[in-house]
Write a protein that binds this ligand. Sequence first.
Ligand code: WQD
Length: 377
Amino acid sequence: PSTEGHYLRRVLVTGGAGYIGSHVVFALQRTQRYKVVSIDNYHNSYPKALSRLEEIARSGLRADATETEKQSTVIDAYECDLTNPADVRAVFEKYGKGGIWGVVHIAAWKAVGESSEIPLTYYHNNVTATIYLLQIMSEFDCTRLVYSSSATVYGTPPLVPIPETTRLKADSPYGQSKVVCEAVIQDLMHSEPKRWRAISLRYFNPAGAHPSGLIGEDPRGRPGNLLPLLAQMAIGRIKESTLQVFGNDYPTPDGTCVRDYLHVLDLAAGHLLALDALAPDSTTFDNCPTPARYKAYNLGRGQGFSVLQILEAMRTTTGFDYKYNIIGRRRGDVPDLTADPTLAEKELGFRAKADLTTMCRDLWNWQTRNPNGYSSD
Ligand code: WQD
């Protein structure tokens, strides 16, 4: 317990400087119940995101904030790669056995198309790294895990909206790496059911940014994802005004792929609910069959939008006169990934409230305040 007597749980966020990670760190800090440790290799993120987070956390403090509340604004940040277990172990060493209460494991490579070109890199960065992390967590008695999974584990789902009971059969090495990690985590839980608790969160399509515009999505190189690409086109960082649409011959209302977009802050709030569900006083696992101290939840809104609908929403938000050109399908794309969000709502109390207009508005606010993202030039 800290001086004030109430205990700040230390939580390690892997990928803490990334788009999702930084918003999860924001959510953890806002509760002032967690002390954040970030591990990131900055392969697809910037350290500057962490200093922006400390700025946001300090601005959120009351003038008479207690020592503990002030502690929650500081992020212990380490630059290291999860595929180097010695570096990761060194971080856990700093806090000793039991010093880190739980881990939110977000760091991963996540481009569906790219994963088909370099599968070994994807399995190494996503699966090997997760196994190393779990081994080190076990060594240091850190037995609470929130795992960042993905709707891509469903491949082309037989049923839409997609319930969690859907068989897991990914259509890309990326998606398969998430399927494998979920299986590794589940088997670890089954091996020591009294010791471990874990929740996998299957993200649908995160979008938007913190309304302050201080943190947001800033992928290195050309964005692979639709929304950051459209934002960078509108701000002129990408000198194109025509969106190449990857196919309009899908079995969907307008022929282009449908995705379930949710605000990144709603997604972050889902992580907090998951961490709380791993706490000793939680009842989430009470109705769990004994061995499985493991649950997986969809994080989505249950409402799908097509590529052309997203294009229209961003045209309205930015005022940019996008053109579009239909080209061939992209490898690994599936027609419709729309979540059935009811299980997370029922068991975690999760609701993704922000609508598409809010997501586009917050994304555009971030992009206009940071035309070059975190790059200072
Ligand atoms: C959305 C739609 C494209 C760009 C991604 C990650 C996945 C997951 C969620 C982590 C698709 C179309 C895109 C373009 C286009 N993240 N598109 N032209 O593929 O649903 O999933 O985010 O788990 O790992 O890959 O999102 O934004 O890439 O694409 O037509 O220039 O936009 O075909 O239908 P996706 P996306």
